[in-house]
Design a protein around this ligand. Structure first.
Ligand code: GLU
Length: 448
């Protein structure tokens, strides 16, 4: 796995300096190109920027640039037909200095070591931004879950957990749902792990069914966090939340919950989109109704309301708030100039490339970065883990109140950091996160 290297800091003599500058510029351009396509390269660009601003000690910088552990495993699965298929599964622990690795498992055709490594690093930064005591990890299986039966998905999950061996565990690395996985998949992870260990361990995963130790409020938690971050951002730029117009891209667990909760705050959800296309209704969609439709039919493809828009028209809508809540790399340097939203609040991980960031910033669009905006999910995962370990269950009101407290504190600390250093919210969030993880490395010391 090759991680793009930062431009060399070696000053050299005059002549070397000229050569170095050319290659530095070339390397910077190559890194910028790579960051448009590769989530890991995009993560590294942001990390390097924050590390430079923090004047991070070079040793710690080198540690934080690399994942602690990368694992690829074969995942053999017996298909319903009796045929044997073998998938590739990944788990990456980026950093566990602040606590157990934490992060979801996704089942998707985009899954790669590059993507999982970036997502694991984003979990490290996310947990640090909202200051929950976890490190960052992520997992995934390269597969198309839509073409698999429930039985096949169960065998896939169990086979993956077997492949992971003792890499996961409540004090080591705690998975959760992500793209195309849900509470049922977590129940299978819990069961497979518990059978391996010999007793039931609820705290090995979060986002479980409530009956198995899941937390009240976890299902909506990422969407609720997006709502809270969006509300804070709209207020910050002086736009009233009531009546604010919103476009939500992605209508899965995160996008649909964010739309419902923003609507409950008085926002008008004028556009929604999923992988089958986008729809617009100036009067505003009923998010509850659209959510029910998607639960029943799987996508918005046949949803009988609103007018159809192209993806490009959707991104260019003049709205107060745009919530990309689908996958990585949807706002790029090729389309960012068309965005006319006042605020972008990132429900997805990595939806905006560094090239797009520059354009959005130059156009005065406030971007609430993923590592802050979608931290509600992992925050309630933390509450779930705490409840499991205490063998005690909190009420939904307590969960939601504590989530609000943490998201509000997170937003304010990022905003203050941004104002203090005159940087974007994204750079501020990275500075806070990287600074916190680096501080822990300094406190703990490094093996000589
Ligand atoms: N998959 C979610 C995320 O990307 C939640 C992770 C977790 O709860 O561990 O933040």
């Amino acid at each position: 796995m090759s991680i793009p290297q930062p431009p060399s800091d070696h000053p050299g003599n005059g002549l070397q300096g000229v050569a170095l500058q050319t290659s530095r510029a070339e390397r910077a351009a190559a890194a910028a190109d790579a960051a448009e396509r590769s989530p890991l390269a995009a993560m590294i660009v942001r990390f390097d920027q924050a590390a430079d601003l923090l004047e991070l000690e070079p040793g710690v910088r080198r540690i934080l640039r690399e994942p602690e552990m990368q694992l690829a495993v074969a995942v053999p699965v017996m298909r319903d037909s009796g045929e044997m298929d073998v998938f590739t599964g990944y788990r990456v622990q980026h950093n566990t200095a602040r606590g157990p690795g934490k992060g979801g498992i996704r089942f998707d055709l985009h899954v790669s070591m590059d993507e999982v490594t970036a997502l694991a690093a984003w979990m490290t930064w996310k947990c640090a931004v909202v200051d929950v005591p976890f490190g960052g990890a992520k997992g995934g299986i390269l597969c198309d879950p839509s073409g698999m039966s429930k039985g096949e998905l169960e065998r896939l999950t169990r086979s993956y957990v077997r492949g992971l061996g003792d890499v996961i565990g409540p004090d080591k690395d705690v998975p959760a749902p992500d793209v195309n996985t849900n509470a049922q998949v977590m129940a299978w992870v819990l069961d497979a792990y518990s059978r391996q260990i010999g007793h039931t361990v609820t705290s090995v995963v979060t986002g479980k069914p409530i009956e198995l130790g899941g937390s009240l409020g976890r299902g909506d938690a990422t969407g609720r966090g997006v709502m809270l971050a969006s509300r804070a951002a709209l207020e910050y730029v002086g736009l009233p939340v009531a009546g604010a117009t919103v476009a939500v891209q992605g209508f899965g667990n995160v996008g649909s919950a964010a739309a419902r909760l923003l609507q409950a705050e008085g926002c008008r959800i004028v556009a929604i989109a999923d992988r089958t296309g986008a729809i617009f209704d100036a009067a505003g969609f009923d998010s509850e109704d659209a959510t029910k439709w998607v639960r029943k039919h799987g996508t918005l493809a046949e949803y009988p309301r609103g007018e159809r828009l192209s993806d490009a028209e959707f991104l260019a809508l003049e709205v107060d708030l745009l919530v990309p809540a689908a996958l990585e790399g949807v706002l790029t340097r090729d389309n960012a100039a068309t965005v006319r939203a006042r605020v972008v609040c990132e429900g997805a991980n990595g939806p905006t490339t560094p090239g797009a960031d520059d354009i959005l910033n130059a156009n005065g669009i406030l971007v609430v970065p993923d590592i802050l905006a979608n931290a509600g999910g992992v925050t309630v995962s933390y509450f779930e883990w705490v409840q499991n370990r205490a063998a005690y269950m909190w009420s939904e009101d307590i969960v939601n109140d504590r989530l609000r407290e943490i998201m509000t504190r997170g937003f304010l600390s990022v905003r203050d950091q941004a104002e203090k250093h005159g940087v974007s919210l994204r750079t501020a969030a990275y500075m806070l996160a990287v600074g916190r993880v680096a501080a822990v490395h300094h406190l703990r010391g490094v093996y000589a």
